[in-house]
Design a protein around this ligand. Structure first.
Ligand code: FAD
Length: 304
């Protein structure tokens, strides 16, 4: 039998994967702590509308996040706000270190998700929150009747553009490929919007402004062009938030966590679930699937 710890299971990340794992853990009477550094619900909290979760025809992301939080509270679960900066595996004892606390558990479930990719331009950092945003649901309000650009051509870019088209005077969509890569259903919704202009085969070369973004220089089919803007939304993909667990946990070449079929990592007793895991599809349904498997595997590990 394992030694008694502060917790049976510590889950890092309160996105859909972490919350789903917590539901299973709490229902199995595991003493469970969830640690979250930003928002309960994770990325789904910034989704304007979810229409692909079985049993729920349509729900706004913030509303689903509230329901996830309520479910945890109803089960007597504990969510602590804090950023985990390190984890250690001392065989039977796993250590989780946040900026101001240290916790012990029998097992850890990593549900760290991903963070938004940036363009890599030198002036980008100084404009974060000053004209550069990632989430239309969170920040679209600041651009009422203004002109913005959405950078990207996938599902998140289309979701952002659609939401912004209802708020802003003009929305440019800047896509580096010669076509949009979003689901056809989303592209069909974009087409009739008269205030959305799609520019393909274009990349951002420079961000202009002093205190805040006032425009961008793009290269479109080999020609440079300046767009006057009030803001821009980056939707060019995501990267895993796995810096804190390396080198203890095996990652693939892109930084995603490698797990086995039980969602266990190379480090015994440390499981991983959701978008931070190496896999091909990253959706709400796949995140909760991983969360379920990770929790049930963790419970089995704790009771063997
Ligand atoms: C705008 C947008 C719209 C979307 N719409 C849909 C949709 O309609 N349908 C769909 O199926 N999917 C959608 N998705 C994808 C879906 O949101 C993700 O697949 C899902 O949220 C993944 O869940 P997760 O729990 O693995 O990760 P996340 O949701 O990313 O949650 C991870 C959590 O871990 C926390 N965390 C990370 N590192 C630490 C740390 N060191 N310490 C403490 N906490 C930490 C983060 O703050 C975050 O809250 C959308 C995504 C976006 C961005």
């Amino acid at each position: 039998m394992l030694k008694t710890m502060d917790y049976d299971i510590i889950i890092i990340g309160a996105g859909p994967a972490g919350i789903c794992a917590a539901i299973y853990a709490l229902r199995a009477n595991q003493k469970t702590l969830i640690i979250e550094k930003e928002t309960i619900g994770g990325k789904i909290a910034s989704s304007p509308l979810i229409e692909n979760y079985p049993g729920i025809k349509a729900i706004k992301g913030p509303e689903l996040s509230e329901q996830l939080e309520d479910q945890i509270k109803q089960l007597g679960g504990k969510i602590e706000f804090g950023e985990v900066i390190n984890i250690q595996n001392k065989r039977e004892e796993k250590i989780v270190i946040t900026k101001n606390k240290t916790h012990k558990a029998k097992v850890i479930i990593l549900a760290l998700g991903t963070k938004y990719k940036k363009l890599g331009l030198p002036e980008e950092e100084k404009f974060l929150g000053k004209g550069i945003s990632f989430c239309a649901t969170c920040d679209g309000f600041f651009y009422r009747q203004k002109t913005v650009a959405v950078i990207g051509g996938g599902n998140s870019a289309m979701a952002n553009a659609l939401e912004l088209a209802n708020i802003c005077q003009k929305v440019y969509v800047i896509q580096n490929l010669d076509h949009l890569t979003a689901e056809p259903m989303l592209i069909d919704q974009i087409k009739p919007k008269e205030n959305i202009e799609i520019i393909t085969q274009a990349s951002v070369k420079q961000i202009q402004g002093e205190e805040k973004v006032t425009g961008i220089v793009i290269e479109e089919k080999g020609k440079e062009k300046t767009l006057t803007l009030d803001g821009m939304f980056l939707s060019i993909g995501q990267i895993p938030e796995t810096e804190i667990i390396s080198p203890l946990i095996k990652l693939d070449e892109n930084g995603y966590i490698v797990t086995n079929e039980q969602q266990m990592t190379n480090s015994e007793g440390i499981f991983a679930a959701g978008d931070c895991v190496k896999k091909n599809i990253r959706q709400l349904t796949t995140a909760v699937s991983d969360g379920t498997i990770a929790a049930l595997s963790a419970i089995e590990y704790n009771t063997k």
